[in-house]
Design a protein around this ligand. Sequence first.
Ligand code: LLP
Length: 384
Amino acid sequence: AHGAAAMRPAAWWRRERKALLELGTGATPCYVYSLDQIREQARGLAALGMVDRWHYALKANPHAQILRTLHAEGFAFECVSWDEVEAVRSTLPTLAAERILFTPNFAPREEYRAALAAGVRVTLDALHPIAEWGADFAGREIFLRVDLGAGRGHHDKVKTGGAQSKFGVSLDEIEAFRAHARRHGTRIVGLHAHLGSGILDAQHWRTVYAQLASLAEPFNRIEVLDLGGGLGVPSRPEDLPLDLDALGAALAEVKQAYPQFQLWMEPGRYLVAEAGVLLARVTQTKRKGDIHYVGIDAGMNSLIRPALYEAWHEIVNLSRLDEAAEDLVQVVGPICETGDVLGNNRRLPGCREGDVILIAEAGAYGAVMASHYNLRKPAAEVCL
Ligand code: LLP
């Protein structure tokens, strides 16, 4: 376990401790994002060279400064709702519409119409839109999202393939989809698959890429294969980071076999997760039975991932980073649910009221999934 953690570079927030402590003694809870860290992640992906177009899946974190930063790094954008499209367009008014991918699921008809009218690239992931609203797509180019039959990811709730998932057109319905498309003169120019989120095995995308490529061959107009996102980041100490060299090599192999297709990808988490931390302050401590609780002012209302997916986020006491982590504690929030736990069985130095607590790897699916539960204000957001 220690070996794996040792292979990872020290997190940026250790270098920024002073600035973060200052922020943490202001208004908490507060998300802090390092734009430099986001640039570093973006450049690591761009350096692969193998991918013809990278899209940022902004569902992970739609903060305007993050959108501007990734735009400057040459990223296009993947949106899952019309409001996400509008957020990109209002933040980046000069962005060409064709650099926006609209990849919704069970969206209402008006959203597809708005996207087509705006010139945004649309991905269909069911028969319903092409069968029932075919006229909207007449003469248009679209992408088709397929379900390759299995999902993958860090938790069942984020696996988006297989019979139990609501995403994509299953393999045995592709012919029916094509028949509807032909009838309306709709051209299927891209095939898309996204099997899930938080995948650390680089070989995963080789498999998806090869499956999509062999599916695409019989179509005669496919130009693009979009492998979705899902690129994971290590969270537990024993996790190894995604091996980018291995990913590049795996993609290169398929690309060589199918040079006729452009390769697109749409990562969210990989770009922003490690760039974000959530700062909170200790409100109270308590011993009850065998359990030692450390209460902080950020709960499941600010970061729902531990409660929803049993996600593991590293937690440190920033005010006592140099002290020995001796107490075994439960880090809990102020919300009226037993599930309001941010970290279970964590070793922390003796926490006192007012200490600044840092929850790491919180830049993806953190602030954007916050709620108003208990009418507590969700965390603020600051960029460094
Ligand atoms: N493309 C599509 C079609 C997607 O549905 C998603 C994520 C992505 C790309 C980006 O996936 P990423 O690279 O970020 O893994 N809230 C969960 C994650 C849900 C992901 C939903 N779709 C979490 O906090 O783990």
